[in-house]
Design a protein around this ligand. Structure first.
Ligand code: ADP
Ligand code: MG
Length: 685
């Protein structure tokens, strides 16, 4: 019997109407019903009242003493009380709005009560009760753990319990095993059949725990198996470019850089080169804290590919960054005779056409632009490597767009925000991950202070002091959610105030409403120290590099997320001078206070990401944009991360085994991958 082929209406007690209601919950088959797991249990096991703490919810058993008394308030509201002797203690049981049960309460009868205990009043507010002597046909609740399902609309908790119980009794024995013996043995997991039965109907918490442990492992393992299968299939392809890297030339390019690469940069480059040389297409994520030197890694990788006769593209989130990268890459690449072109939305039509033509003919080796770069009508002669400097734009289907153009370049995605490992291996599970684990030597840690807005005069004094020593400052303006227009107004206001306060200084203004040329001009002036203080909205958030700036001031810092504050702070501390970050904040709640505390306590982006994840939870971590995180039924990324790690290792090892793709015992897993359409195409095709 195949559970996936049994429609819910075949289950006893499920009529056409209820079948429809179940379908509303996404439950169409007996299998889906049995896999509709409870999210917690109600504990109806009888406890000794002496063990129950004040305010706790518990189930106790007692004998009714005396007669109940009823007070009515209006027509429906009521309070019914009755004395009950529980474990030799006289307790007042209280029911609200259940006047109709008054006559059932007979002195001397045994009653089981579930409710909240108030030890001071010796009173139990009853939410459910049961008379063991006349337990319902479903069997007594008391003494058991009852599953609590997420139900909605016309489906009641009681109906769901009853229906799943019926389905289990009838079909439970047909639940098939999915996981191979070796994994069950390795973690001493119970069988799928047992797990499904116990997760709905545990005899005790330990049973429920074992069932959950097995099912969580399964859920995470299947997810990771899917990701690892994509990865393995991708690596098995030979339609990518096997670049013929000229290591001699690459070494001389690296020597020409104004600094020595960190060990971490070298290690990451070795990982990238290994991918570039192979005929599959690279699908790699490069993580590194702000200022860890991701751009240098990108530059060397692009150089390597261009030297091997292919074209490279660098995509960045903003035009300011595109301009900045173009300038710095041009400087690095010019001595090697490599052309760098810029392709952004604001390019004039003629210049644009020329650039497109020269890319198509292969006269341009390297192009830098915004994300539109690959989406528009751009034709490459031989695109070998695409690097994206992502902001938070995860899940963008770049690979799919490239493939649809008949291109299969190597792809390196750089993230500006450190991502805690659990989320990285979940959201980017099919990618290889490289991490820059150290900052270039000689960086002085940025000193961060969180001060109230009343301190503004002193903060202005601090700006004066830094500027008089030849340094520069950023002032980031308050963020108004959802309103670019108000943000701009804020920036204009702050700019006016600062210009009045510092009549002798040049104060720049940067916001999203300026034309690209205007933005560019202000950035250039700031770079040249013609502007000493730059007032800006968050357009400077990512990637801007002005090493002489040593002071970052953020107005109304509580309005910014932790990773955003860390990004903003990363704009300073890029040169030899001591840098400072001042957060103007008057936090009103604990979470805001905690965020400011985290910022002042650490400069480590990975630590900040970890604390951010704790404060916000996985769903929120990536912000409102598409997160790329799957919705797990049982697994919780925060508490089950150890299982996640194991599941990933196991899945990665399994897909490496030639056996996996042929042996009969792995058939259920291969069927699963088939259902998930893993074989049809890559994840992003
Ligand atoms: P991010 O990882 O935030 O993109 P960048 O690539 O902008 O960091 O690098 C930050 C700064 O560090 C730049 O000024 C860059 O020139 C410099 N830098 C990068 N690598 C090194 C290195 N190995 N040694 C010294 N400075 C470096
Ligand atoms: Mg960068």
């Amino acid at each position: 019997m195949k559970l996936s082929e049994i429609a819910v209406k075949q289950i006893k007690g499920v009529g056409p109407k209820k079948a429809e209601d179940l379908e509303q919950l996404g439950i169409h088959t007996a299998q889906q019903l049995l896999e509709y797991f409870p999210f917690r249990y109600e504990d109806y096991r009888i406890r000794d009242l002496a063990q129950v703490a004040d305010g706790e919810k518990a189930t106790v058993e007692g004998k009714i003493y005396g007669t109940p008394s009823l007070q009515m308030y209006g027509r429906k509201k009521s309070r019914l009380t009755c004395k009950v002797v529980v474990n030799d203690v006289m307790v007042t049981a209280v029911w609200f709005n259940r006047h109709f049960i008054k006559d059932q309460l007979q002195p001397g009868e045994t009653i089981v009560l579930n409710g909240k205990w108030d030890s001071r009043r010796q009173q139990l507010t009853v939410s459910e009760h049961e008379f063991p002597a006349k337990a319902s046909r479903q069997g007594p609740r008391s003494g058991t753990l009852q599953p609590v399902y997420s139900v909605a609309g016309p489906i009641s908790q009681a109906w769901m319990r009853k229906t799943i119980k019926t389905a289990l009794e009838r079909y439970g024995s047909y639940v098939e095993e999915l996981l191979p013996e070796e994994l069950l043995g390795k973690y001493k997991l119970i069988s799928r059949k047992e797990a499904v039965a116990h997760v709905h109907r545990p005899d005790n918490f330990e049973d429920g725990r074992q069932a959950r442990r097995r099912l969580v492992y399964e859920e995470l393992f299947l997810f990771q198996l899917k990701m690892q299968a994509y990865r393995a299939l991708n690596r098995g392809r030979t339609d990518g470019v096997a670049h013929a890297l000229d290591m001699e030339a690459i070494r001389s390019f690296i020597r020409s850089l104004p600094f020595e690469l960190t060990d971490s940069q070298k290690k990451v480059l070795a990982e990238i080169f290994r991918d570039l040389k192979e005929p599959y297409s690279m699908n790699r994520l490069l993580q590194g804290d702000v200022g860890s030197g991701k751009t240098a890694v990108a530059a060397v990788s692009l150089f390597a590919v261009v030297k091997a006769g292919k074209q490279g593209a660098l995509m960045v989130p903003t035009e300011i960054l595109a301009e900045q990268h173009k300038r710095s890459l041009e400087e690095m690449f010019a001595p090697f005779g490599i052309q760098v072109a810029l392709l952004t939305g604001s390019l004039r039509e003629k210049a644009r056409r020329e650039t497109l033509a020269s890319l198509q003919m292969g006269l341009t080796d390297l192009v830098i632009g915004t994300h539109a770069l690959i989406q528009e009508d751009v034709v490459f002669r031989s695109l070998g490597l695409v690097i994206t400097d992502e902001q938070h734009r995860f899940g963008v289907n770049q690979r799919g767009i490239l493939r649809s153009k008949g291109l299969n370049p190597d792809v390196l995605t750089m993230t500006a925000t450190p991502i805690p490992r659990t989320l990285a291996i979940t959201a980017f599970g099919d990618m290889d991950v490289s991490t820059l684990t150290e900052l270039p030597k000689g960086r002085k840690p940025i000193k961060t202070y969180s001060v109230s807005h009343d301190m503004l005069p002193r903060v202005l004094g601090f700006i004066r002091k830094e500027v008089s020593q030849g340094r520069q400052a950023y002032v980031i303006c308050p963020l108004i959610e959802e309103s670019d227009k108000l943000d701009v107004q804020n920036a204009i206001d702050v700019h006016t105030q600062l210009a009045q306060h510092f009549p002798d200084l040049k104060i720049g203004l940067l916001h999203g409403r300026l034309t690209n040329m205007e933005k560019d001009e202000v950035m250039q002036q700031f770079k040249d120290n013609d502007v000493q203080v730059l007032v800006s909205t968050t357009v400077v958030e990512v990637g801007v590099d002005v090493p002489n700036a040593t002071l970052m001031i953020v107005y109304d810092a509580v309005r910014f997320g932790l990773s955003q504050l860390h990004q903003l702070r990363g704009r300073v501390g890029r040169g030899a001078h001591q840098s400072y970050c001042i957060l103007l904040a008057d936090p009103k709640n604990e979470v805001s206070k905690e965020r400011m505390k985290v910022m002042t306590e650490t400069n480590d982006g990975f630590e900040i990401a970890r604390r951010d994840l704790e404060l916000r939870g996985p769903g929120d971590f990536f912000g409102t944009k598409q997160s790329g995180l799957p919705d797990f039924k049982l697994a919780d990324l925060m508490s089950d991360y150890e299982i996640l790690e194991k599941a990933r290792e196991d899945a990665a090892a399994l897909v490496q085994e030639p056996d996996f793709w042929t042996a009969a015992r792995y058939l259920p897993l291969r069927d699963y991958l088939q259902q998930q359409q893993v074989f049809r195409a890559g994840r992003f095709d």
